[in-house]
Design a protein around this ligand. Structure first.
Ligand code: DGY
Length: 420
């Protein structure tokens, strides 16, 4: 373990670009939104000031409308596509994308505030970040749920963080490919193509970017014009949990009216979450907002309502039983996709591989619902993967082999903040 902690520390230090941490050299050379919020948990074990700085750097790129972008292009890099010139968010104070990612930051702020040793620093930083977090969460309510359903829309697979999840196959297939400018992918220069999304997916990822760019990422328009609009379980579960933590912070900071405002969001989301539960499958599912259908794919995001604390005791029991079945099918869990599905691909990104950050979230949820043994099992699997195969982006659940980007920041952060 000592070696693993040393290595994790070294990875964060080497991926530090001066106040923000890149996920991995070459493959992801900028600041990513939910990566940074999770990486800050790792920094907190080494240097609390540096953990707060990670979030400050992320929020320094917040848009006036409240959006916190999915990538911040602090410094130019030739190793990534699509970079700032493709996104073309020229009116913003710094180069960013024009979409967002699962809003982990409030969860991190609460943790840093509650568990931090330097209480004075924690109070000061939480006070500074609180209005920014609130603006982002309000943006979700208005820009992404204009009809007030209680659940927010995700308009691009990159926003879900689970780019090529099998859940997106159908809604993404329904996106027509526009005659977009020719482009060369750079991810395939860093990672084997068998581990990455396919070309037909990239054509649609880019089509969406160009369509959003054409209206200057106007948040009052995107929801209505996007040919991809889903209720993503990961985004909604993370947002639900983040709202609980933001509400907690509001109370700590004496912001009682704001706490009430957040209560309203949580109450509505709580009811709406039941519409995503498939009792027969013992699983939550994402939904295609444009067809109104639940998406058939059973993915690891289906367990995240445990992390959110939005599942009932009965739903939690069904999820725990489903998870046990999944774990029995593989060497190391949690696979990102149902290992019994015909199109399960143990190497391809979000179509099978194990992700340490998702294991952390689900373990946290299992413990909250009293499934300690199952939590320990997932924890032991994760630990074994990291010890035997190093600190990678993701892992093959069948063989345990490391896959994707190497020396990966958020996996290192999980090692420091969770497994140590
Ligand atoms: C990528 O480029 O693969 C990223 O996942 C986009 O966020």
């Amino acid at each position: 373990l000592k070696n693993l902690l040393e290595l994790s520390k070294q990875i964060l230090t080497e991926n530090d670009r001066g106040g923000y941490t890149i996920p991995a050299k070459g493959l992801y050379p900028y600041q990513w939104n939910w990566d940074s919020a999770l990486v800050a948990l790792g920094w907190a074990t080494l240097d609390e000031g540096r953990a707060w700085q990670e979030l400050e750097m992320l929020f320094s790129a917040q848009w006036e409308d409240g959006l916190v972008p999915h990538i911040v292009f602090h410094k130019p890099s030739p190793t990534y596509f699509p970079g700032p010139e493709i996104w073309g968010t020229v009116e913003q104070p710094m180069g960013t994308t024009g979409i967002t990612q699962p809003p982990v930051a409030a969860i991190t702020v609460r943790k840093l505030y509650e568990e931090g040793v330097n209480k004075e620093l924690a109070m000061q930083k939480a006070k500074e970040l609180f209005p920014k977090l609130l603006a982002w969460h309000r943006w979700f309510q208005t820009a992404r749920d204009p009809h007030g359903t209680g659940l927010v829309a995700t308009l691009h697979p990159w926003e879900s963080g689970m780019d090529n999840s099998p859940a997106w196959d159908e809604p993404l297939h329904n996106v027509p490919v526009d005659p977009i400018p020719p482009y060369v992918r750079k991810d395939l220069g860093h990672v084997d193509s068998a581990m990455r999304p396919k070309q037909e997916e990239y054509d649609r990822f880019l089509t969406l970017v160009y369509r959003f760019r054409a209206v200057n990422y106007d948040c009052t328009k995107l929801y209505f014009l996007s040919p991809f609009r889903v209720t993503d379980l990961c985004t909604n579960a993370v947002l639900y949990r983040a709202n609980l933590d933001l509400r907690w912070l509001a109370t700590e900071l004496g912001e009682n009216e704001i706490a009430e405002e957040i209560d309203g969001w949580v109450e509505k989301a709580h009811k709406a979450f039941d519409t995503l539960y498939d009792a027969e499958a013992g699983m939550y599912k994402s939904k295609d907002q444009l067809t109104g259908k639940l998406l058939a794919a059973k993915t690891s995001a289906g367990f995240l309502p445990l992390f959110a604390r939005v599942a009932s005791a009965e739903q939690a029991a069904a999820l725990a039983a489903t998870l046990e079945r999944w774990l029995d099918c593989v060497k190391s869990g949690i696979p990102s996709y149902d290992p019994e599905a015909a199109n399960f691909e143990p190497l391809r990104y979000w179509r099978g591989p194990v992700w340490a950050i998702i294991n952390w979230m689900i373990t946290d949820g299992l413990r909250a619902y009293g499934y300690e043994d199952l939590a320990c099992r997932v924890e032991a699997d994760t630990y074994e993967l990291l010890v035997s195969h190093g600190i990678s982006e993701y892992y093959n659940p069948v063989t345990g082999a490391a896959a994707g980007g190497k020396l990966f920041s958020w996996t290192a952060a999980m090692c420091l903040a969770w497994l140590s």
